[in-house]
Unconditional design. Structure first.
Length: 159
């Protein structure tokens, strides 16, 4: 079977590859890229495309936009199979993620009584990352969430 590119290569920008299938929209919410609106930026989302390594995957291509290293670290923490590639003048620079110390305002605390879930309060969520134990802990109510469950809390972020 002959392989074809679904989308052309980019000469400048960010490619987020190996996202679990059908989760690219969660990555957009996690990075708050849904609101990205500039005339010189193109956003391409590929859902459920073949992957030799994982069977199926999603890909996000951001033409003329670079996500920060902190955002890349967050994506790789929440979706560990993801890889981040920065493209400059057609050259690919693979980013090696680091584990962040905190996640602020990107995910919702699952504890309904947490002050961050009170609509009358204007408090952003704050989680300490305890990677040694593969958990994050809310700094307000001490609720513990396993790293594997963080993706389920994306898109429900506290502002």
């Amino acid at each position: 079977m002959e392989e074809h590119l679904l989308v052309r290569k980019i000469d400048m920008g960010t490619v987020i590859d190996h996202i679990p299938p059908w989760r690219a929209s969660d990555v957009l919410k996690l990075l708050d890229l849904e609101g990205l609106r500039r005339s010189d930026i193109s956003l391409v989302i590929l859902h459920n495309v073949p992957s030799k390594k994982y069977g199926r995957k999603d890909i996000i291509k951001l033409y003329r936009h670079f996500i920060s290293n902190e955002e890349a670290d967050l994506v790789c923490l929440v979706f560990p199979t993801s890889t981040i590639n920065y493209i400059k003048d057609w050259r690919v620079e693979k980013y090696k993620p680091k584990i962040p110390e905190r996640i602020i305002g990107r995910i919702k605390c699952p504890e309904v009584t947490c002050i961050t879930n009170n609509p009358r309060e204007n408090i952003r969520t704050r989680f300490r990352v305890l990677s040694k134990y593969r958990i994050v802990q809310c700094e307000y109510c001490d609720t513990i969430v396993e790293l594997e469950r963080i993706a389920d809390l994306v898109g429900k972020k506290s502002e």
